[in-house]
Design a protein around this ligand. Structure first.
Ligand code: GLC
Ligand code: CA
Length: 552
């Protein structure tokens, strides 16, 4: 392992950080095979540094059959050969650390990939064996076990149960998978499973990673006692119990697991951090963010807030309050690898059911991209000025819109295939980044790209925006740097402008103010020195769909 691999610094570096998510297969392709890789990341470290970010979060880079974009992990302590090697990982880690950027990696503990050694062993072993007990195998109902064990749907399609063929060739038991059938759920009541994950956590901590993003953190423990099996036809959070006794999600016992990881995190200097992807009731989120657990928990509320003053303000207040109650800080997210890019979302006002909009409009979407871009910038500035961390998704710094018109033959996402009538493909936000204005894959690599890149992509490339005054990229660089300079205590004072006001205005303890105009007419700015605005002022006023930062 290279020397320099640990980054010292304050234990609370993550509390108000800017974290940039890399989806490794789509970031940069260093060897020209059309798939992003670690070599590509290594070459782009100067670019990452130029963004002024504090950390990167890597979506999974583990060996995987890619049934779910790498969230089907076949080996938790290795790198997919198409993405690189452990040595290359060390090099990337080292290079990032050398420019002061920390590294968070994705860990996927609810399920493995079906190629995982232990799942393969389970298939070969007998029903009731210790090998099968690491996953959730059950006999089917009906005379010949031909009926699935319970009426549990999967996130990606009709059922969460798949029947296997026993080693002797007869139709056999069923196993549970909350996601694709290539993603068998682990049995977290099994001590070996727990121990193996602790080993994984330690493995990457020892290599020098600074933290973990924990996939589907609320699902690990299920109530499987006395033959019970959860049944569910919807994954709407509303149907989940709020008191930790739901039979499928967010059970109180899950926190024992994170407490045991915390013990490992705290053996390092500074302690490692975790951020939970937990789709749970707001009142239940704090437990994942406890300092006895992972430390931080995603709040995804802004993904669905739209451009709505009342909602944005209410969600901001609620999340800040919830974070304060746990002693953690909150997280602001406008985009990630699972949702339609926010420039596009803001370009079609008033939509609530995005899956439906996508299915009905994606080949003729009628986007107001100018509006989308203005609101995207304004919302980004608003969120960056709030206390807490901001997680950004690769490409948002370029103002990339969603690629909506990918043909089904080119799609990879199981949530589309398994749910053709209702699903939304997440491929459109996973199209590789454009680095150059032209070329077969716009500088992503030399050998094409694993998802098709549209003609208009070059306009949004790094090469087109780099050094261009007024470009999205320069806007991001400027405000991220400015935020770093202005960053202060995690406190906020809301400034009211009367009942009919169309602005969200707040001040931080050092006089840093942020004001966003949600109305349709320009508004007067409060007193203070203008530091930056997402759209140039008009006659000294803040235009509609814009945010300004001021120093009182
Ligand atoms: C998380 C990931 C998503 C993945 C799912 C199953 O929600 O963000 O991409 O499909 O978990 O691992
Ligand atoms: Ca490659």
């Amino acid at each position: 392992m290279p020397e320099n691999t640990f980054l010292k610094g304050p234990a609370d570096w993550w509390r108000q950080a800017v974290i940039y998510q890399i989806y490794p297969r789509s970031f940069a392709d260093g060897n020209g095979d059309g798939i992003g890789d670690l070599k590509g990341v290594l070459e782009r470290v100067p670019y990452l540094k130029s963004l002024g970010i504090d950390a990167v979060w890597f979506s999974p880079f583990y060996p995987s059959a890619l049934a779910d974009g790498g969230y089907d992990v076949d080996d938790y302590r290795n790198i997919d050969p198409r993405i690189g090697t452990l040595e290359e990982f060390d090099q990337v880690l080292d290079a990032l650390h050398n420019v002061g950027i920390r590294v968070i990696i994705d860990i996927v503990p609810n399920h493995s990939g079906s190629g995982h050694k232990w799942f393969q062993e389970a298939l070969k072993a007998a029903p009731g064996s210790p090998e099968r007990d690491r996953y959730i195998f059950r006999d089917g109902k009906g005379e010949h076990g031909e009926i699935r064990p319970s009426e549990l749907v999967s996130h990606f399609g009709p059922t969460a149960w798949t029947r296997i063929t026993e080693p002797d060739g007869t139709p056999g038991q069923w196993y549970m998978h909350l996601f694709a059938s290539e993603q068998p759920d682990w049995n977290w009541d099994n001590e070996e499973v727990r121990a193996d994950f602790r080993k994984t956590i330690k493995f990457w901590c020892d290599r020098g990673v600074d933290g973990y993003r924990v996939d589907v953190a609320h699902a690990l423990i299920k109530d499987l006692k006395n033959g019970h099996l959860p049944e569910r036809s919807s994954y709407d959070v509303k149907v989940m119990k709020k008191d930790g006794t739901d039979d499928l999600f967010d059970r109180d016992e899950v926190h024992e697991i994170y407490a045991s990881w915390r013990e490992i995190f705290n053996q390092y200097e500074p302690p490692r951090m975790g951020v939970a992807e937990a789709w749970v009731h707001g009142n239940r989120r704090p437990a994942y963010a406890s300092e006895k657990g992972l430390g931080q928990s995603f709040n995804f509320d802004m993904l669905y807030a739209g451009w709505d003053l009342k909602k944005v303000k209410e969600l901001a207040k609620n999340n800040l309050k919830a974070a304060a109650e746990t002693g953690s800080s909150t997280t602001w997210v406008l985009s990630n690898h699972d949702v339609i890019r926010h420039v596009t979302r803001f370009a079609v006002p008033g939509i609530h059911d995005w899956a439906r909009w996508y299915r009905e409009n994606r080949f003729d979407p009628k986007l107001d991209l100018e509006l989308g871009s203005a609101r995207a910038k304004a919302m980004t500035m608003l969120l960056l000025a709030l206390p807490g961390s901001t997680y950004m998704y690769q490409g948002e710094e370029l103002g990339l819109p969603e690629v909506l018109d990918i043909q089904p033959k080119d799609m990879q996402d199981p949530s589309f295939f398994r749910n053709p009538e209702v699903g939304l493909s997440r491929d459109g936000c996973r199209v590789p980044l454009p680095w150059a204005t032209s070329g077969s894959s716009f500088g992503f690599g030399t050998g094409g790209s694993h998802l098709p890149m549209p003609e208009w992509y070059g306009k949004y490339s790094v090469a087109a925006e780099d050094g261009q005054k007024g470009s999205f990229l320069e806007f991001y660089r400027e405000i991220v740097a400015l935020r770093k300079k202005l960053q202060t205590k995690e406190e906020i004072k809301w400034v009211g402008h009367g009942l009919f006001s169309k602005v969200i205005h707040f001040a931080r303890p050092n006089g840093w103010q942020s004001i966003t105009n949600f109305g349709s007419k320009p508004v007067k700015l409060p007193a203070g020195k203008l530091l930056s605005s997402s759209t140039p002022l008009v006659d000294g006023k803040l235009p509609a769909n814009a945010t300004a930062w001021l120093q009182a």
